[in-house]
Design a protein around this ligand. Structure first.
Ligand code: BTN
Length: 327
């Protein structure tokens, strides 16, 4: 798309200038067409400086997610991968599931400025207002055994932590099985869902909600003490489009490593780095049952390893963890 190519040229030249003529020649379009595209981009929240002798320079970007700007900042463009940015959707996970069911080629991703029925684990609501946060889902057709889904989410958790650590000055943590946290405050959550045939995953959706630019005062009051956004931690607004481009690169690479079985050593290293539960006394609520114990880590199917007061260690596949006290 010409729009993306223009943005790519302007970003590559930053903070310098690009002449309209050079851009037109490089893209094989007329100068008038370049000018038209730039007017369109202006209407979408971009600003450009223009000087007859030097050409154009990017001077402002939209704060909201912009597909062309994300595309222009992708470092590697993976063959066959597509993504869309929607103004509004019920849930990006549900939209991916519908498109998978309709036969769309995977992998692909859906991003939304807001969700009207954002979902979390246990059917909880995921607040998804249009406040410059990230609501997205990636759709895959992995042909892996269903038992591997749990480790997939954990692996994605550390992948997201590594990405986020490039944008904030504090080490992000992952709280088994699906929370991205900073201390006791949650910055993001993951929701992996799959349709399973007999012994193989038919398709799988990895959903991520990340509090990027919402101020704490924007959360519903019951959440504001437990939620945090990346911009609060960074002390400045986060460039959502740059974050999204980097996220796409990392998620696709992590997915390839996972399906190749190439992630195991790195996973162990990164889980140790970001795991906030190891060594903690916790309560795990599993349906109506409560188990207390000390967290020893995770096993190779992603179960949480708890050692009880009698010294017995058991792995748990599901449940919600509350930290009781420091070890
Ligand atoms: C959780 O912490 O319980 C998981 C939250 C997952 C929220 C994301 S937002 C994008 C995607 N679409 C949804 O409806 N949910 C996930």
């Amino acid at each position: 798309m010409t729009e993306t190519l223009i943005l790519r040229e302007l970003i590559a030249a930053e903070p310098g200038w690009v002449s309209g003529g050079a851009m037109a020649a490089k893209l094989g379009v007329s100068r008038v067409s370049v000018w038209h595209q730039m007017e369109k981009l202006r209407a979408q929240g971009f600003s450009f400086e223009a000087q007859p002798a030097r050409g154009y320079r990017l001077s402002g970007r939209p704060g909201m997610l912009h597909a062309g700007l994300v595309e222009a900042q992708l470092k590697i463009r993976r063959k066959g991968f597509t993504f869309a940015v929607l103004d509004e959707v019920d849930s990006t996970n549900d939209e991916c599931a519908r498109q998978l069911a309709a036969g769309k080629t995977a992998p692909f991703a859906i991003f939304a400025q807001k969700q009207t029925k954002g979902r979390g684990r246990f059917g909880r609501v995921w607040h998804s207002a249009a406040k410059g946060n990230l609501y997205c889902s990636f759709a895959f057709r992995p042909r892996i055994a269903p038992e591997r889904m749990q480790t997939f989410t954990l692996w994605m958790g550390v992948t997201i932590c590594e990405l986020v650590s490039k944008f904030v000055p504090v080490l992000p943590g992952v709280k088994w099985p699906n929370d991205i946290v900073f201390g006791a405050r949650k910055a993001g959550g993951m929701l992996t869902e799959a349709r399973v045939d007999a012994d193989e995953i038919r398709d799988m959706v990895f959903g991520l909600g990340l509090n990027v630019n919402s101020p704490a005062s924007d959360w519903p009051s019951e959440l504001s003490r437990r939620a945090v956004s990346l911009s609060e931690l960074a002390g400045v607004p986060i460039d959502l489009n740059r974050l999204t481009a980097a996220l796409i690169g990392r998620v696709l690479l992590a997915y390839e490593r996972f399906t190749d079985g190439d992630h195991v050593d790195l996973f162990a290293e990164l889980w140790n780095k970001h795991d906030v539960l190891r060594g903690r006394e916790v309560t795990l609520v599993e349906g109506t049952r409560k188990r207390r114990g000390k967290v020893l880590g995770v096993d190779d199917v992603g179960s949480l390893l708890l050692r009880d007061d009698h010294g017995h260690t058991r792995g748990f596949r599901a449940g919600e963890v509350t930290v009781e006290k420091d070890a």
